[in-house]
Structures are given as structure tokens and as C-alpha cells.
Ligand binder design. Structure first.
Ligand code: GLU
Length: 443
């Protein structure tokens, strides 16, 4: 059974980058009939808040990416503690007493010699007496995970292909702070094991972490999940700007963006598949495959999102939007108005054109023409093809054609020069209102 997890830290709201990560984890689980977990990585208790956790849940709900199960790391400290004790007994974690300043100095010295900033494992060489001396000074240790320098790190990344890292070129990672709090790396590996996670899907900024965590899985005696590291998002002109990168669900909602549009876009950018409008996210699952993801960054373009949003709205059935339409607007009205929308809340404006008061500025030269239109409209059979019947009768009677025939009618009937197909709109306006509007415009 496929199990994926989305593991945000509740230190802020979701933004487009982690919405994309959540989506891909959700899609992979759904495609395989598996499970999708939400894990709140809230080991940083100062920066994690309940508000952010609630907002993340709300946003996932709005996107339609609700998790099957939710867990939070702050409920799981006992598990981390016991696994940590095992690693300690096995000599795979060790206490370190350097201060931040001392570590910084070491890095500077290495840099001065043109060497990479790899931790020198000085703390590993401390004897009992030296450790006791540090403790007597009031120092509390932070803890590092001991990498096995003799086991080369490799995995077959589902997106990046075969990956190799030399553990000798990596620092033993700090996994626990001097105050006992956890850094993200070890709890995450412990959770992935405990929760049966089969696939870890995340950004390529985690590639080195994966190397370190693979050794943690080994030290914890568990097989590692499969990994897919996706190329990061960029804007249409290179690097993702702060403004674009920080866009979250609220901002998208305010722009009238449908969750489905975000999903259809984020499912496909950075892959070899085209961005396409869909009426149901399930339509994206079959072709979803990490093998189709490229190594090049995925381009996120707000204009492309807006255009896709409009195309998706044009596909949505009345049933999918009925609760967001003005009262009285029915399936026929939705079908007539839908092709003109770039966002669903614009429907209200068009519904007002059907039902409400319409004012038009009419050229004096069109008044008689509109009086004839009012007379003909009153005598029409409104059951079928009212617009065709009206315009062809008017054409015959007045000799007008093209713009001169259609535009004054549209203006008088809707108050606007452009809008939905009059074939569909006129029956909604109906005989009484149409005749009244044409008469008013002829005066
Ligand atoms: N909390 C980590 C982050 O947001 C999770 C990374 C992961 O998916 O393992 O970066």
C-alpha cells in the first residue's frame, strides 16, 4: 500500500511551493489507492502555532487535498526519545559541547584553508573526564548523528535518477539541541518508519537531507522509503519572486482562482505533459508519474493560471457551482453566462443584466430601429430561436446587417457592447423585459 505524507511546519501559511508538494503527495497516494497523511512538523514549539495548523488544514480542505490521517510531531516525543536511546546505545549519536561561536570559528579556519566546512568530529574524541569537565562548567551537549563513512550513500531517485553522496564530504548532522529540542531530521525519519511511509516527495532542496536520512533509516534498522525530489518552482522570468512565491490560498481565492485551476496547473508544470483544463482532479491521476517530471525548474506563471482558471470555469457543470451563484440563476442561465466568465463571482453581474435594470446610451440614429425591434419582439414566437427570429425579421424590414443590425440591439437589451451569446441570453431576459428595454431605448 502506498503511503505518502505532506509534512509542513506550522510556522506559516501554505504557499504555492508547498501546495505543489502537498498535491503531488496526494496524487501519488490517490493514484495507487493508498493513504495520504498530514504530518505537522511542529518540533519548533516557539515558531509553530495553532492558528497556522488550523489554516493549513483549512487550505488543504479548500484545495480538496484533505488528509486521511493527521499527526503532529509534538505528540510523539516519547517515541523519538526511545529511538534516540537506541541510537545512543549503538554509538550512532554523540554529544557535542562546542558553542555556536566555536563552530563558527572552525568553519572560518577551514574556509581560510580553502576547505569545505565539514565538522571535524572533535567531540567524538572527548574522553569521559573532558565531558564531565564541560558538564561541570554548566555546558549541556547538543547531539550529532554519526555518519558511517564506510557506507557510500546512493538511491535511485524517482525524478532525478541514480544519486550518490560521499558521507565523508558531509558533516555529522546535529539532530538535537542543547535544550533537548529536536531538529527536523531524525524525528522525520523515525516517523516515516513508524507511519509506514513508502514515498517521500519533496523539493530538491532536501537532497542532501535525504543522504543523511538514508543513513538514519539504516541505523534505525528500517528500509528507506522511495524518494522523489522535484525541481523547484521559478517565475516566468527566472527566480520565483518573493511576491509570487508567498502566494497562498487566500490570495488565490481573492483573485477568483478555483482550487481546480491551481491543481491542474501545479500537477503539470515541470512535467512533459501539457497544462490542460479539467473538470475533475481525478482526470489528472492516470497520467501522473514521477518519470514525467523534468530536472529543469517548473515555471509558475500567474497569467497562465488565470487563463487556465477561465477555461476550467467554462467546463464546470451547474451542479458544481450552484451554491455560489445568485438566487434564481438556473442551469440554462449558467450555460449562457459561463463562457463569458473569468471568475465565478462575475456571474452575478451578468445575472443582473438578465434580471435587473439596464441602462444604455443609444445613438439618436438607432431610435426608430429600436422601436421597430420592440414591435417585432412583442409579436415573436418566444419558444424557439427568439434572437434569430428577431434579427432576421429586423434585417428584412430595415435592410440593416452586421454590426448595424446587432450592436444597437445588444446595447438596448444588455446595456453593454459585449457579452454572452444573445441566442442563449435573450430567452433568459424574456419577452416582457426585452420589449420594455427596446421601447425605453427607442425614446
Ligand atoms: N518539515 C519539513 C519541511 O517543511 C518536511 C520536509 C519533508 O518532507 O521531509 O521542509
Amino acid at each position: 500500500m502506498v503511503v505518502t505524507r505532506f509534512a509542513p511546519s506550522p510556522t506559516g501559511r501554505l504557499h504555492v511551493g508547498n501546495i505543489r508538494t502537498a498535491l503531488h503527495n496526494w496524487m501519488w497516494a490517490r493514484k495507487h489507492g493508498g493513504r495520504f497523511l498530514l504530518r505537522l512538523d511542529d518540533t519548533d514549539r516557539e515558531r509553530s502555532t495553532e492558528e497556522n495548523a488550523a489554516a493549513i488544514r483549512t487550505d488543504l480542505g479548500w484545495l480538496g487535498l484533505a488528509a486521511d490521517t493527521e499527526a503532529r510531531q509534538s505528540d510523539r516525543f516519547a517515541l523519538y526519545e526511545s529511538r534516540f536511546e537506541e541510537l545512543r546505545a549503538a554509538g550512532r549519536v554523540y554529544p557535542c559541547y562546542e558553542s555556536a561561536e566555536e563552530l563558527e570559528l572552525k568553519r572560518k579556519i577551514l574556509a581560510g584553508r580553502g576547505l569545505p566546512p565539514i565538522y571535524d568530529r572533535a567531540a567524538l574524541k572527548l574522553g569521559d573526564a573532558e565531558r564531565a569537565a564541560f558538564e561541570a562548567e554548566g555546558r549541556r551537549p547538543h547531539w550529532r548523528f554519526l555518519l558511517d563513512h564506510d557506507s557510500p550513500i546512493h538511491w535511485d531517485d524517482l525524478i532525478r535518477g541514480p544519486q550518490h553522496l560521499d558521507p565523508r564530504l558531509l558533516s555529522d548532522p546535529v539532530i538535537r539541541r542543547a535544550d533537548g529540542s529536536w531538529l527536523y531530521m531524525l524525528p522525520s525519519a523515525i516517523d516515516d518508519i513508524d507511519m509506514g511511509v513508502t514515498h517521500v516527495v519533496r523539493g530538491e532542496d532536501h537532497v542532501t537531507n535525504t543522504g543523511l536520512q538514508l543513513q538514519m533509516f539504516g541505523a534505525l534498522g528500517a528500509p528507506a522509503p522511495a524518494f522523489a525530489h522535484e525541481a523547484l518552482l521559478v517565475g516566468s522570468e527566472g527566480k520565483l519572486s518573493k511576491r509570487l512565491g508567498s502566494l497562498g490560498c487566500d490570495a488565490f481565492r481573492e483573485e477568483g482562482i478555483e482550487p481546480l485551476a491551481l491543481i491542474a496547473l501545479l500537477a503539470r508544470i515541470g512535467t512533459s505533459l501539457p497544462v490542460e483544463p479539467v473538470a475533475d482532479p481525478a482526470a489528472l491521476l492516470d497520467s501522473f508519474d514521477f518519470a514525467r517530471f523534468g530536472r529543469a525548474p517548473a515555471r509558475f506563471d500567474l497569467e497562465e493560471l488565470k487563463a487556465l482558471n477561465a477555461r476550467i470555469i467554462h467546463l464546470l457543470d451547474f451542479g458544481a457551482v450552484a451554491d455560489r451563484l445568485p438566487a434564481g440563476m438556473d442551469a440554462a442561465a449558467w450555460a449562457a453566462i459561463r463562457p463569458n466568465l473569468t471568475r465565478i463571482d462575475e456571474a452575478a453581474g451578468w445575472w443582473a443584466v438578465v434580471e435587473g435594470k439596464v441602462t444604455a446610451t443609444i445613438d439618436a440614429g438607432d431610435r426608430d430601429y429600436l422601436a421597430a425591434a420592440a414591435r417585432l419582439a412583442d409579436g415573436l414566437d418566444w419558444n424557439e430561436g427568439a434572437w434569430k427570429a428577431l434579427t432576421s425579421a429586423l434585417g428584412t424590414e430595415t435592410g440593416r446587417k452586421g454590426k448595424g443590425l446587432f450592436l444597437p440591439l445588444r446595447l438596448a437589451l444588455t446595456g453593454r457592447e459585449h457579452g454572452p451569446d444573445m441566442n442563449a441570453l435573450l430567452p433568459l431576459i424574456g419577452r416582457a423585459r426585452a420589449v420594455e428595454r427596446l421601447k425605453a431605448a427607442s425614446l
